[in-house]
Design a protein around this ligand. Sequence first.
Ligand code: SF4
Ligand code: SF4
Length: 91
Amino acid sequence: MALKILDTCVNCDVCEPVCPNQAIALGPVIYEIAPHRCTECVGHFDVPQCIEVCPVECIIVDALHVETREQLLDRYLALSVGNEVAKDKNA
Ligand code: SF4
Ligand code: SF4
């Protein structure tokens, strides 16, 4: 996991649509980040978009799951390939 949402989240809904990887979704109580889809926005933007828009600053780097830029870039590439395959299947 790259980033995580703290329980101070107020479910304002603004982070979910700005995520380029569809990594954010409403969980049972608050919004959650799917670790297998979050690249800290590497490959798309210079800074994490969810952190930029969160009005209560409740999204942080998970110190227990720090990942290198190379690992995040690999995930971005894997997700991109997956998106292309999905597009081809739907064509
Ligand atoms: Fe999505 Fe970027 Fe936030 Fe990760 S850092 S959850 S990829 S917006
Ligand atoms: Fe929660 Fe922040 Fe996302 Fe709003 S922007 S839903 S407060 S994590």
